[in-house]
Ligand binder design. Structure first.
Ligand code: ADP
Length: 368
């Protein structure tokens, strides 16, 4: 009987529980034993009670829960070979030979490393007498499949990551709340959203809320960004708009690679010699991660969890580690490391569509 373990790792995201639930139940449905590894790689390294057998009913009610119920962690030990060696030992002690990991590109890169090292880890465990040579046969290959759990939508090769639409919905909701008070007092708000390297959340929130201006890492602002922003805001104000919303991703940059901070934007909007707007900063912070998953993330976690179990059962040695993507509404399997490499090169947020146009539509509501 095959034993499949599932874990969540890195930053938590809404929909991870849906993925875990789907993996557990699909594994059982396929006649396998299902396990959960608690606390990400930390649990794999610690072993013992961190690795638990799961029954069908253990995940009841998980679909609508936020965060990840099996815990997640950042694990320094897993960066070292010694940590991965202990992790391999714990898997074998529990009889686990397949692993599904739901996490960001860091977690998935770690997973790929673990898989490619697996034969040499086994060799070392045999050489040091930690496991018996006879045991190796059954575990000769480690099947690993990745699920992308991230609120940032920061992996290339998939249209959406598990959690990104929940975070986006939460941001839009927060902006709506702020807009009411902004309009009332005719104020400006600089709203900082998550996204150190990927501006998808800021960009989409900008489109979805009709923000006046956005800053994202993929589009470093030209030297004249101050004039550019002030001119747009002035124009909107002239058209009668009583609120100003600027959305800024954590990783906002200018052309020289200098950080653009909410304080810089605020000072500019508030400048007495310029727009002189009553300006506040709101940092949305971890509110963006919290709460239950929106329908899309539940659906994505469930469909991708089902596919991940299938992929694990069909994986063959020698093929590259795969992850489960969604492209043009189809759940697909893709080579993991290719996507990780592409992510580093491609500015995903502005890769596909004419967002400049979408952003400029916000003027239209006042220009007629
Ligand atoms: P995310 O998965 O959200 O990108 P991190 O980058 O923090 O989050 O990665 C989560 C964990 O994955 C790390 O704490 C570490 O245990 C493991 N990990 C990340 N990158 C590697 C790597 N290159 N080698 C081994 N383990 C890694």
């Amino acid at each position: 009987k095959k034993k499949i373990a599932i874990m969540t790792s890195g930053g938590d995201s809404p929909g991870m529980n849906a993925a875990v639930r789907a993996c557990v139940r699909m594994a059982i449905h396929m006649g396998c034993d299902a396990y959960c590894v608690y606390e990400g790689y930390e649990g794999l390294v610690r072993g013992g009670d961190y690795i638990r057998r799961m029954e069908w009913y253990d995940v009841r009610g998980w679909l609508s829960e936020g965060g990840t119920l099996i815990g997640t962690a950042r694990c320094m030990a897993f960066f070292e070979r010694a940590g991965r060696l202990t992790a391999a030992k714990n898997m074998i002690l529990n009889g686990i030979d397949a692993l599904i990991i739901c996490g960001g590109d860091g977690s998935l890169t770690g997973a790929d490393r673990f898989r490619s090292e697996w034969p040499s880890l086994l060799e070392e465990l045999v050489a040091t007498g930690e496991i018996k040579k006879e045991q190796v046969g059954q575990y000769a290959h480690l099947n690993i499949v990745g699920l992308v759990g991230s609120i940032d939508n920061d992996l290339s090769g998939t249209d959406a990551t598990i959690g990104c639409y929940s975070a986006l919905a939460r941001i839009c909701y927060a902006v709506d709340l702020i807009e009411a008070t902004a309009s009332s007092h005719s104020r400006a708000f600089v709203i900082e959203v998550m996204g150190r390297h990927c501006g998808w959340l800021a960009l989409m929130a900008g489109v979805a809320t009709g923000a006046d201006f956005i800053f994202i890492p993929e589009k470093p602002r030209e030297d004249n960004w101050r004039d550019e922003m002030c001119n747009i805001v002035r124009h909107h104000r002239k058209l009668g708009k009583r609120k100003t919303i600027v959305i800024i991703a954590e990783g906002a940059l200018d052309r020289e690679g200098n950080k653009i901070t909410p304080d810089m934007v605020k000072d500019l909007l508030a400048d007495k010699k310029g727009l002189a707007l009553d300006t506040r900063i709101t940092t949305l912070g971890h509110v963006q991660r919290g709460g239950t998953a929106v329908a899309y993330d539940r659906m994505l976690g469930t469909l991708q969890g089902v596919e991940a179990v299938k992929a694990v059962l069909e994986a063959t040695p020698g093929t590259p580690t795969c992850f489960i993507a969604i492209t043009e509404n189809k759940i697909t399997r893709k080579p993991l490391m290719q996507a990780v490499m592409d992510t580093k090169e491609v500015a995903k947020a502005i890769e596909r569509q004419d967002f400049e146009m979408a952003m400029s539509l916000r003027d239209a509501e006042f220009s007629e």
